[in-house]
Design a protein around this ligand. Structure first.
Ligand code: SF4
Length: 458
């Protein structure tokens, strides 16, 4: 790739799991109204997403950017589960549980830090609260270091059909440097248990940009993953944000690959997955061609929400647990991110919503555009214009002009009907989304759009 091209487009930008991105929410939602919002949303009939955050981990991986609670204390977990049960009672009382759940996910932290009995108990509460659609996508994050075959069997028996496991890198030197030592047999055992239990899909998370990673070393990791042929792979770029996550200061920055090496690692991986028949989806995902994400991507109907890429069309999401983010009744909402405050809020009010953002008509228009670009690599102007009652070229005249350099560089194609990323342009999709992000433009004017807020695009 032309180094000058990289230099021109190497910037910091949101990853757009939502638009507006959480740091740009206006905080104009009254948290005390959350139960009424749920009750209003109960009247809807589109499919629902439900998310649970289980924050507990036994120790901190140094690259981790999640909201986690490091503990081995059983009573701390039980206190959390008691609050969760209360939060679920509030949700149940709203009646929203009548809507069919089509996407269901437990994330963390480490959901499989819960015992067999705890998983069964908590799942019982969810079954009592929500109606699940036949064939709903039920997924859970598992950490091979703490997940037993018995847990995988139980999860399958309780209805889970997808697991997602963190690997990051198989190289023991890298694993030691990031304090996540995960011998390969542990990963293999979870794979075998998932296949044995009849899980429909296994996802593997990999990460590049970590200390001691090299092109050759990471290529070996990718090959080992390909040998196991998971249905999906997420290949994340490590975001080094020690000012937000103190534990990251313990990583050896000097041992990290430089920008050019990182890009080479990423491009090598894309080539290896492509050679193995995987479809390259969105920012950083790969899926076997028969996987529904790959099929939806091919059909141009892929969506994205706080859980990542999805085939689900409706966007409403009920989220539970500390720090979890949902979307209800036209607004984004987030629970309190601090464990102690979360527990106190649930005890006092039956829920822990702390902040939110009411989506405006302009937000919804721009969100649809950005998500279409991030998911399907294209925007069909007449469809978007009809859905939002605008003249596309007039409404976005300034934004289209801002894309002109990307068009000249062969990264986007523009015609009367559509805006499309080229194959090379897919690597720069966040750059193509930026001109349509009003909040980012305001941040730029305030001088707050730099690396301190968002991760690097490349
Ligand atoms: S196990 Fe996962 S959530 Fe927990 S610290 Fe490690 S990366 Fe973070």
């Amino acid at each position: 790739m032309d180094p000058a091209l990289l230099e021109r487009y190497r910037t910091s930008a949101p990853r757009y799991t939502s638009y507006p991105t959480a740091v740009d929410w206006r905080d104009d939602v009254d948290p005390t109204e959350y139960p009424e919002r749920l009750a209003r949303a109960a009247a809807g009939d589109a499919g629902l997403s439900v998310y649970l955050h289980v924050p507990f981990c036994a120790e901190m991986c140094l690259f981790c950017g999640c909201n986690v609670v490091i503990t081995r204390k059983a009573e701390r977990v039980e206190t959390y589960l008691a609050a969760l049960e209360q939060e679920l009672r509030t949700v149940r009382g709203s009646g929203i549980g009548r809507r069919k759940v089509q996407q269901y996910h437990w994330g963390g932290g480490t959901p499989t830090s819960l015992s067999l009995a705890q998983i069964e108990r908590v799942q019982g509460w969810f079954e009592d609260t929500f109606a699940f659609a036949d064939g709903a996508e039920r997924s859970i994050e598992v950490d091979p270091r703490v997940t037993s075959p018995e847990q995988i069997e139980l999860l399958a028996r309780l209805g889970w059909n997808r697991i997602s496991m963190g690997v990051q890198d198989f190289d023991p030197v890298v694993q030691k440097a990031v304090k996540r030592v995960q011998p390969e047999p542990l990963t293999d055992a979870v794979f075998d248990a998932a296949r044995g239990a009849g899980m429909l899909s296994v996802n593997v998370d990999l990460m590049y940009g970590l200390p001691h990673q090299t092109r050759a070393g990471f290529a070996a990791t990718v090959q080992k993953v390909l040998d196991k042929r998971p249905e999906r792979v997420a290949l994340f770029h490590y975001a080094h944000v020690p000012w937000l996550k103190k534990h990251m200061t313990a990583l050896d920055v000097d041992a990290m690959p430089d920008s050019d090496e990182k890009l080479a690692i990423f491009l090598d991986a894309i080539e290896a997955f492509d050679d193995a028949g995987y479809a390259y989806i969105g920012l950083d995902h790969f899926a076997v061609p028969e996987d529904e994400l790959a099929v939806a991507h091919g059909e141009g109907s892929l969506n994205r929400n706080f859980m990542g890429y999805t085939t689900l069309r409706g966007t409403e999401m009920v989220s539970l647990g500390v720090s979890s983010i949902g979307e209800v009744d036209g607004a984004f909402v987030q629970n309190n991110p601090a464990e102690r405050e979360y527990l106190a809020c649930v005890e006092a009010d039956g829920h822990a919503v702390k902040r939110g953002h009411q989506l405006t008509a302009e937000d919804r228009l721009r969100r649809d555009l950005i998500m279409s670009l991030m998911c399907n690599g294209r925007v069909h102007k007449p469809t978007l214009a009809a859905a939002h009652g605008i003249d596309f070229d007039q409404h976005f005249a300034g934004e289209l002009a801002a894309l002109e350099p990307m068009r000249a560089d062969g990264l986007v194609e523009l015609d009367s009907d559509s805006l499309r990323l080229t194959e090379l342009g897919q690597l720069f999709m966040r750059n193509a989304a930026l001109p349509f992000d009003r909040y980012y433009a305001e941040r730029q004017q305030r001088g707050e759009a730099g690396e301190g807020t968002f991760s690097k695009t490349l």
